[in-house]
Write a protein that binds this ligand. Structure first.
Ligand code: NAP
Length: 263
């Protein structure tokens, strides 16, 4: 089996990464950085985001698994003291695949020739580079509201425990094919009005954001941040692709939520 192991880059994760490679090598696992069938992220949820973006062009041929070197994560559920057990499981135990929905983002520019299409595992956000962010929000092709405020966040179900949660969004089980739109500090007064609640949209619905004044925006996709100029509109929807995680041991999603946020 072709495997790649990706480290967070700190000393502990690097050490665990090297130990895992030593355990894998004698058992016919080939370390292949280009075309791995199996990608093991050693670090935390942030490391899984890096691993996902490194291999998002070959999602149907890649299965991911995470080892946490800090706290139990949402994407990283193996602990560093289980390395031998993990290698044994990879060799002998038939595993289940957990398929999580992703966010597809398409940006169209004033010059119609150019468009950017990308995927996020956690979320995409958009804000103005300066001044109040103003966008017409269209749901399924119809104007829903004109948003004024700091910005908007569109998250996946598995990303709903990340930035989305900090914005007061709901936690969504990753078995649901949906995306969530949350506001960042909307202006609500007698003149300007937004819904003020997070919205959860099914896979058949799209969110389109159309600039009202400025066309220059700061956009993030997971850990990446870019500034785009001359934006005509931005579309968000549930992606056709999924990310696939190997499930050897059942750690129910709500247990992870409880471990992460309650105790
Ligand atoms: P970072 O600033 O190094 O890490 C942000 C924190 O978010 C880390 O503790 C990370 O966990 C955690 N995280 C990542 N994905 C998560 C998920 N799906 N559910 C729960 N927690 C999650 O940034 P980064 O490593 O580049 O990660 C970027 C992500 O950070 C973004 O996609 C966003 O979701 C999140 N973020 C959250 C806030 C907020 O809550 N206010 C603000 C900015 C960014 P690990 O320690 O396990 O890596």
């Amino acid at each position: 089996m072709k495997v790649n192991v990706i480290s967070k880059g700190d000393r502990r994760s690097d050490f665990i990464c090297m130990s895992l490679i030593e355990y894998l090598k004698p058992h016919q696992f080939i370390i292949d950085e280009e075309n791995p069938e199996f990608v093991i992220a050693v670090g935390g949820d942030g490391t899984m985001l890096h691993a996902f973006h490194k291999y998002k062009h070959r999602l149907s041929d890649t299965v991911f698994l995470g080892i946490h070197t800090g706290h139990l994560g949402f994407y990283a559920d193996w602990s560093p003291d289980q390395l031998k057990e993990l290698v044994h499981a990879l060799r002998f135990v038939p595993y289940q695949i957990g398929k999580y929905p992703l966010l597809e983002v398409t940006i169209w520019f004033q010059n119609d020739q150019k468009e950017i299409v990308d995927l996020a595992l956690n979320e995409g956000t958009v804000r103005s580079e300066e001044g109040t962010f103003v966008m017409d929000v269209e749901l399924r092709g119809q104007l829903f509201e004109t948003f004024r405020g700091d910005g908007l966040c569109i998250s996946t179900p598995s990303g709903s425990t990340g930035y989305n949660k900090g914005l007061g969004g709901a936690i969504v089980h990753p078995s649901l094919e949906a995306i969530q739109l949350t506001e960042m500090a909307s202006i609500n007064n007698r003149v300007f009005r937004t819904l003020g609640s997070p919205l959860i949209l099914p896979s058949s619905h799209t969110v389109v954001l159309r600039p009202v004044s400025s066309q220059r925006f700061v956009m993030t996709l997971d850990q990446f941040r870019h500034i785009y100029d001359e934006v005509r509109y931005i579309q968000y929807r549930v992606a056709k692709q999924h990310v696939r995680f190997a499930r050897f041991q059942a750690t129910p999603f709500w247990n992870r939520v409880r471990n992460a946020f309650i105790h």
